[in-house]
Design a protein around this ligand. Sequence first.
Ligand code: GRF
Length: 208
Amino acid sequence: MLKIVVCVSGGGTNLQAIIDGIAAGSITNTEIVGVISNNPGVKSLDRAAAAGIPAFVVRPKDYAVRDDFHKAFLDKLAELQPDLIVLAGFLVRIPEEMVKRYPGRIINIHPSLIPSFCGTGYYGLKVHEKALERGVKVTGATVHFVNEGMDEGPIISQKAVQVLEGDTPEVLQKRVMEEAEWILLPQAIDDIANGRVCMENGRSVRKV
Ligand code: GRF
């Protein structure tokens, strides 16, 4: 049984896709042992509560220095003892120490086809604003293992989504979530939980 901790910041629609996938049996051999949010009072926490999943808030501004926040965050993770950490709409830069402690055991969902529209400053709605500004005809989402860089880890899976005439950032974000994120992330977790995907020698490897 793969024990996962899901890290969130806001709405938690990707968390919900994981919860629903486990309930429906499309994600097997997996248990969400905890949800950690850097923000209190967000919908992600309601979603965790409704599913009976222990949820914790570890908020940067509760700590005088960033290192203390990092320590608190790492201590909470150590308490939950995850096999896999899933960053699902998590908008905080994770501490380098976390990547060292959990090599090949942290994944992230990013709302673009990496290496487009990613890296520092590219998160949430801003990603779709930039895609529309550039005038791309196709965008999508990427699931990747997390390394020391920002959105630079080995890619596990990607899914393309059409950009349509008249799209606003909000409309495009919703389409990318519905047609890509909420499909890719549960699929990646199920693949990892059942030994079909792992990170080896710094690369994402598909076993079967
Ligand atoms: C969304 O923009 C998603 O693309 C990105 O984080 C944002 C919030 O996702 N991964 P969620 O609804 O909190 O899962």
